[in-house]
Design a protein around this ligand. Sequence first.
Ligand code: PLP
Length: 393
Amino acid sequence: MKLSKRVETITPSSTLAITAKAKALKAAGHDVIGLGAGEPDFNTPDYIIDAATLSMKEGETKYTPSGGLPTLKEAIIDKFKRDQNLTYIQEEIMVSSGAKHALYTIFQALLDEGDEVIVPAPFWVSYPEQIKLAGGTPVILQTKEENDFKMTKETLTNAITPKTKAMIVNSPSNPTGGMYTKEELQAIGEVAAERDILIVSDEIYEKLIYGDAKHYSIAGLSEDLKARTIIVNGVSKSYSMTGWRIGYAAGDKELIRAMSNLASHSTSNPTTPAQYGAIAAYNSDQAPVEEMRQAFEERLDLAYEQLVGIPGVSCMKPQGAFYLFPNVKEASDAGGFASVDDWAAALLEQEQVAIVPGAGFGAPDNVRLSYATSLSFITDALERIEHFIKRTT
Ligand code: PLP
């Protein structure tokens, strides 16, 4: 079959590849521990499931406006006010089928052939692919591990060309778990304003933050930055609702209208009962979000201590999300592996621990470990990694 040039440029997701291999090993009877997951291991809180079930029983099973139910938009507007003191109106909000779809639609609505979007590496695997699918060019901005993988005013300035249309800010970050401080966002924002660049701010991990870290949205720093930022968020990670597929974008009215038009010809609307679930998520008791956050924090503290005690491994302490992103190059080189990809493949085959190699995130010396799994699995997996390194070096 002759496929379109467009799809031929897409790189398959490295996260899904390792998950598939781990599943195959598991099916063959191996005792595999998967640390590849990009989703919380908790079930969705009951009050959300109940609200969605009730909505269906009451007949809310039909199409909704393509940009989402007005009541959900109101709940999102209230959430922005409550959490970030940001003011939006309904015309500035579009509800999508997950945050991933909001991002996809943003790039489709914004980019013309050859427009550049700055993507700081390490990056979430879908950004470059979505940009390419929209005809744009992802410009990968390499950050430094010693700077906790964050871009600076200087590195951002150097990545800008006359073709730069937009840039991505993802704080907390997948895969590093790093977060930008208010001052760092201010510095980046100044460059974006000077050079008239749009900011796509992916804040999907906003609620999963630890220690004394504080989440800031770059849109909250000034009126100018708010006007040039489109925020992407959703219920997937904070409310353990990955399968419900509800996300949203908030920003410029004209862009939101274009995105909703696009959605009207692709998805029609985000799933109706899931939208009712999301309304309950935002309008009801927030205690379950905090309970899940605390569970993640406990796991992070434990896993981090154990991980940095392993020889040949170094890791920045994440402040958010649910990933650790250690550098294992020393262990991989000492073991004689040609690459960290090979090291990770051998770890899966020999010790049955599935982790995601960093190359797909633009960081070939690192690997991503998700701690969205039980404490006992995490401890066991890290013991196996230590054993693997000791045995191969
Ligand atoms: N943005 C980042 C950084 C993510 O890690 C993910 C999910 O893995 C998404 C967006 C997409 O979230 P959703 O499940 O709402 O589409």
